[in-house]
Design a binder for this molecule. Structure first.
Ligand code: RFL
Ligand code: PHB
Length: 393
């Protein structure tokens, strides 16, 4: 097989890149290790920056998002039962869109199918070759047969555990990492959300988050120790714990019900540099991970997709290579700013096992400062709704 851009990974990054390139007349093949049902069964992100919304619009997959998604003009932060609101619209003139990653991915699959996009599922043993030459290729096994795709570029959209990042020689790669000493236990339930907007709660028992997918689908999280055992968390224990950590008025309103999904995610900050090596470009979670506290992971991934699709379009339209040559540097600037924001919000809102009395006071002071300072609120809002693309800073 032959294509212009071979895309490894059929998650949101790989599918969106494939869709945008296809609309620009650039041929792609997507290789995905899992079945489509498995990819669509993963419950992940819920909040899209407006820049992500616009990119999905440009890709022609925004119709259902605009019909069913909910724009949010602010969010609540709470500490020890007291809450205050950060008004995104007042501080930035912008909003975010609450619409699940699962739905975004489903819409992307539909659009790729409608355009006869090639997505090969359940491929095994994907390996990348000759990345530093002019003729890279990818090998893999499908239905027991060895196959090969020759291409001009490879986009590594294969998430944190995929093979693409590791195909960059260790002598070239630099990795930066912080693993947090806790995880998030997430529950999805067919119940009305407790609040119209999200609630991020700092509490002595640990962080909690109230989010949602629709009028009758809620997504809640509580901080757990890093080694927490999912089987020890039945629904009753989860709801009890959540109720204790959120402001009393919200706890009184909370409607509980059976969980329809429950999982634990470890929290991590991670960046691998560079994001380009030869003819390979890393995109999304393959290159960087943020803790979910700032709702940045999927949005950062889509930011990479925007930079890379612009760069490849310019290259194929007019031979202009500045975009692809500068991809890593341009993308990393925005990545590090989102890493900073996600780390800072995580540090401000979670209980750390080794937290000293001093650390505790710092957290309280930071939250009080935020509550009282329009400048601090504007800064949080600016980061939460999404930093600009192609800015000079
Ligand atoms: P993905 O989604 O991991 O997709 C990678 C795909 O590559 C496939 N793959 C392979 N394919 C072929 N060969 C191989 N050897 C392969 N190895 C892997 C995988 O099967 C998969 O289909 O990465 P991508 O596309 O870069 O997308 C990134 C996002 O999924 C991720 O950043 C977000 O989900 C993070 N995230 C959030 N981001 C937000 O912007 N807002 C949020 O509110 C938000 N909440 C979250 C989150 C992530 C969470 N978890 C579980 C980590 C909440 C949670 C709980
Ligand atoms: C979610 O709805 O899953 C969600 C929302 C906000 C976050 C993280 C996750 O910061």
């Amino acid at each position: 097989m032959r294509t212009q851009v071979c895309i490894i990974g059929g998650g949101p990054s790989g599918l969106l890149l494939s869709q945008l390139l296809h609309r620009a007349g650039i041929d792609t093949i997507v290789l995905e290790r899992r079945s489509r049902a498995h990819v669509l069964g993963r419950i992940r992100a819920g909040v899209l920056e407006w820049g992500s919304v616009e990119l999905l619009e440009e890709a022609g997959v925004a119709q259902r998002m605009f019909a069913e998604g909910k724009p949010h003009g602010g969010t609540y932060l709470a500490a020890q039962n007291r809450g205050f609101r950060i008004d995104f619209e007042r501080h930035t003139g912008r909003r975010v869109m609450v619409f699940g990653q699962t739905e975004v991915t489903a819409e992307l699959y539909k659009a790729r199918d409608a355009m006869q996009g090639q997505i090969l599922h359940e491929v095994e043993g994907v390996a990348l070759h000759d990345l530093d030459g002019r003729a890279p290729f990818v090998t893999f096994t499908r239905e027991g047969r060895e196959e090969r795709i020759d291409c001009e570029f490879i986009a590594g959209c294969d998430g944190f555990h995929g093979p693409s990042r590791k195909a960059i020689p260790e002598s070239v790669r630099r990795e930066y990492e912080r693993v947090y000493p806790f995880g998030w236990l997430g529950v999805l339930s067919e119940t009305p959300p407790v609040s119209e907007e999200l609630i991020y709660a700092n509490h002595a028992r640990g962080f909690a988050l109230c989010s949602m997918r629709s009028e009758n689908l809620s997504r809640y999280y509580v901080q757990t120790p890093a080694d927490a055992d999912l089987s020890a968390w039945d629904d009753d224990r989860f709801w009890d714990e959540l109720r204790r950590r959120i402001p009393e008025d919200a706890a009184d309103r909370l409607v509980t019900g059976p969980s329809i999904e429950k999982s634990i995610a470890q929290l991590r900050s991670f960046v691998s540099e560079p994001m380009r090596w030869g003819r390979l470009f890393l995109v999304g979670d393959a290159a960087h991970i943020v803790p979910p506290t700032g709702a940045k992971g999927l949005n950062l991934a889509f930011g990479d997709v925007r930079y890379l699709s612009d760069a490849l379009r310019a290259y194929y339209d007019s031979g202009e290579a500045a975009g692809i040559d500068g991809y890593s540097e341009t993308a990393l600037k925005r990545v590090w700013k989102s890493e900073r924001f996600s780390w800072q919000l995580t540090t401000m809102l979670h209980r750390f096992p080794e937290q000293s009395a001093f650390d505790q006071r710092m957290q309280e002071a930071e939250l009080e400062y935020l509550e009282g300072s329009p400048a601090a609120q504007a800064s949080l809002a600016e980061n939460y709704v999404g930093l600009p693309f192609y800015s000079r800073g």
